[in-house]
Design a protein around this ligand. Structure first.
Ligand SMILES: [Fe+2]
Length: 305
């Protein structure tokens, strides 16, 4: 695949200060005011002032100039204007206004965490020793940006821009919520566009080492401020990842994620359309209403008029 990485995102919020403080607690390193690095992914989050909370921009890593040429041609076919230089192509998604920047950059190589010995019925991997999971320190840092979910008042048109224009591939669909899970890397999903009355950022997700890291990091966030908790711990039915969602002071959700499905062979992966009452979670607490429809949607919609 020519697109190989969701490199970074820029979020706009009315009051950046408390939001920046939240993402420092979340485990990202603030290198300059409003600029954050993950442990492995370099600078992956910017927080800027904006009238309403929303995703302002996302950046994607591509292989070479041919990829930029292909995307430029595809966008032209859709009637979307793009700016092109030797190593970069930029275009705005017409419905949500999200600025998309494609840049030629190397693939990200990550070092795996040390293997954790697990005991299970009939399988003993760890004897005469406590699990390192209980001995680990309190900190568990996000390794890298995993995915971002936005709402669009015309989700099919936004999806067309990202698939037919930019070159995202669809991994799975959830017709019940009108959502397509799309990837620009081997991750099961890097982007999801869902229908909404107004454009807003639903959540960002950050890759953690494993289930313990998800639990440890979320517990620390909630220990400091219990009102941050939204939904978790659980395991998604689509993408298979463990999840725990928190809410930042602007109302954006931030997800700790681990063990997401990885797609390296497009032919081997079968796109599925999920059905059933709760396609979102294989297990976990009931989905809170405020997760499906954030409490500030009406206010956001009024502000957009
Ligand atoms: Fe997610």
């Amino acid at each position: 695949m020519s697109l190989h990485r969701l490199a970074s995102i820029t979020i706009g919020v009315p009051s950046p200060e408390p939001v920046r403080s939240f993402y420092r607690d979340f485990g990202l390193a603030e290198t300059e005011p409003g600029r954050f690095e993950s442990a492995d992914g370099g600078e992956q989050l910017r927080i800027e002032a904006a009238p309403r909370r929303r995703l302002l921009a996302l950046a994607i890593g591509v292989e070479d100039a041919d990829d930029l040429g292909r995307v430029a041609a595809a966008l032209a076919k859709l009637g979307v204007a793009a700016e092109r230089s030797e190593r970069v192509l930029e275009a705005a998604e017409p419905i949500t206004g999200v600025r998309v920047r494609l840049a030629i950059e190397p693939r990200l190589a990550q070092k795996p965490p040390p293997p954790l010995a697990h005991n299970a019925p009939g399988r003993t991997q760890r004897t005469d020793a406590r699990s390192p999971a209980v001995l680990a320190g309190a900190s568990a840092r996000p390794r890298r940006l995993s995915h971002v979910v936005i709402a669009s008042p015309d989700a099919p048109a936004s999806k067309r821009f990202f698939t037919e224009g930019i070159g995202f591939r669809v991994s799975d669909e959830v017709p019940a919520i009108g959502a397509s899970f799309m990837r620009c890397s081997t991750d099961h999903h890097n982007l999801l566009v869902q229908p909404g009355p107004v454009t807003f950022l639903h959540h960002t997700a950050w890759e953690m080492d494993d289930l313990d890291a998800v639990g440890r990091a979320a517990a620390a966030m909630i220990g400091a401020d219990a009102t941050r908790h939204i939904w978790g711990l659980g395991r998604h039915g689509v993408g298979s990842n463990y999840f725990w969602y928190l809410r930042d002071p602007a109302g954006n959700f931030a997800e700790y994620s681990a063990d997401l499905d990885v797609i390296v062979d497009d032919e081997a992966w079968k796109v599925a359309a999920s059905s059933g009452a709760h396609p979102l979670a294989a297990w976990g607490p009931p989905v809170p209403r405020s997760f499906l429809a954030p409490d500030d949607i009406a206010a956001l919609a009024r502000g957009a008029e």
